[in-house]
Design a protein around this ligand. Structure first.
Ligand code: SF4
Length: 444
């Protein structure tokens, strides 16, 4: 009998990548095998993202392009999953009648049941109700492979930042029980895993729905002590829920990496209020001061949105000054773009695109100079690097990351393989990476 195959194309954030693993796990439990091309697949999954309207338009194009595959092979099952599926269930079937299953973010763990129970060729519309989605059943967990894995610790978000669609499409926060998270991390360690990233829209609010006062610092400490994973990371942290208990756990942990991604979004308090972020620049500044005192070599990265509705030149200058003061190791910078269905989309004083673009360029120029200086700090120092593999552009060079999540390139040797931990001396620094050489240990 012919082996049944599946193909998944995943858009958007790490949470979507993680959801794709849950989908893959269920399909593999039904006997399907992964394939690299949708033209050969019996099941095609598009795991969608709707955070930006421009990305959504592109995904509609992908969905439309699957029509000819369906015409050539009517038995192909086409599944649209993820945030667009949660938001646009009816319109997906209307605009793309070749789609078989629309699987909202709340129903991902039910895919195996849907496939087993239903006539595959019959169109299925999942309710998408924001009810319990099977947390605790772990229906969809795929075995992690390789050296690094994303491990979700919670789903959904209760924060309703005024520019963000996520709470509307991923529902309210639900935390996974700590023993499931720990068991998943331990299984990955037994399989040779070297690095995990604990994942949630706001990991700092982990545990709100759990008994026994579980919170994120307790979970992180437990994973650090009991998972057996040499490198532990987490994202995303929300500054309003960040605090001393977590800093203490990070500073005293053995395997917790010296890196924090803490999105500030703006350096202007008035804009932070309009964004509904519930912290001030002063609170953020205090967190950074405490972190750097407790963990001197920590690297700190952030997200910034420029051109939020109502942002004046003066407010933007405040953001530039804040960036120059905090000196982030790196910043992911975004132009504000309207996301319909969110409060910010209907705010007055939308900023013209030309102004947003010019502000973004100034911000990136400033950040690039700060990132270069932050990387130059490492020149001459010895660092522990976890090898990822040969560089994609030059196989004679190996690539890996420090505990601070800095990319390092070095001349490949026969001793290099993915998952190996090397001690390297940093020889030079660029804006986005470091270059190193293997440290030769003296024999005398
Ligand atoms: S914390 Fe804010 S930006 Fe992050 S997912 Fe929740 S609503 Fe969106």
């Amino acid at each position: 009998m012919k082996t049944q195959t599946y193909f998944i194309e995943s858009f958007g954030c790490q949470m979507n990548q993680s959801d794709s693993e849950r989908i893959a796990g269920q399909l593999e439990s039904l006997g399907y095998v992964h394939c690299d091309q949708h033209g050969n697949a019996d099941i095609i999954v598009i795991n969608t993202c709707c955070v930006r309207e421009s990305a959504e338009s592109r995904i509609w194009g992908h969905i439309g392009a699957l029509k000819h595959i369906k015409e050539q092979n009517p038995a192909t099952i086409i599944i649209i999953a993820g945030c667009m599926a949660q938001k646009d269930q009816q319109s997906i079937f209307r605009r793309a009648p070749h789609v078989n299953i629309v699987l909202g973010t709340q129903n991902i763990d039910r895919l195996a049941d849907i496939l087993q129970d239903a006539q595959p060729k019959k169109k299925l519309l999942e309710s998408g109700m924001f009810d319990d989605d099977g947390l605790g059943q772990e229906a969809g967990q795929k075995k992690h492979q390789g050296i690094s894995a994303w491990i979700p610790i919670m789903y959904g978000c209760d924060n309703y930042c005024s520019y963000c669609i996520v709470p509307y499409v991923r529902g309210s926060e639900r935390s996974r029980p700590f023993d499931m998270v720990l068991a998943e991390a331990q299984a990955f360690a037994r399989a040779g895993g070297q690095e995990i990233t604990l994942l949630g829209q706001n990991v700092n609010s982990y545990g709100k729905n759990l008994p026994d006062n579980w919170n994120f610092p307790r979970l992180l400490q437990k994973i650090d002590r009991e998972a057996g994973i040499p490198r532990i990371r987490f994202m995303t942290s929300h500054p309003k829920d960040f605090g001393a208990e977590l800093i203490e756990v990070m500073a005293s942990g053995k395997n917790i990496c010296e890196h924090l991604h803490l999105p500030v979004q703006s350096g202007c308090d008035e804009i932070l209020q309009r964004m509904n972020r519930h912290y001030s620049t002063e609170t953020y500044r205090r967190h950074i001061g405490q972190l750097r005192s407790a963990i001197p070599d920590i690297s700190i990265t952030t997200d910034i949105i420029v051109g939020f509705p109502g942002e004046t030149d003066e407010m933007f200058e405040q953001t530039l000054a804040f960036m120059a003061e905090i000196k982030f190791d790196a910043a992911f910078t975004f132009l504000y773009s309207k996301r319909s269905g969110t409060p910010a989309a209907t705010m007055e004083e939308q900023i013209p695109l030309a102004i947003k673009k010019s502000r973004l360029k100034r911000l990136m120029d400033l950040q690039n100079s700060i990132s270069l200086a932050a990387n130059q700090y490492w020149v001459g120092k010895s660092v522990e690097v976890l090898a990822d593999g040969p560089s994609k552009t030059d196989p004679s060079v190996f690539s890996g990351r420090t505990r601070q999540n800095k990319i390092v390139l070095w001349p490949a040797t026969p001793a290099d393989f993915p998952g190996n931990t090397r001690l390297l001396q940093i020889m030079s620094a660029q804006t986005f990476l470091l270059r190193g050489e293997a440290v030769v240990e003296r024999k005398d």
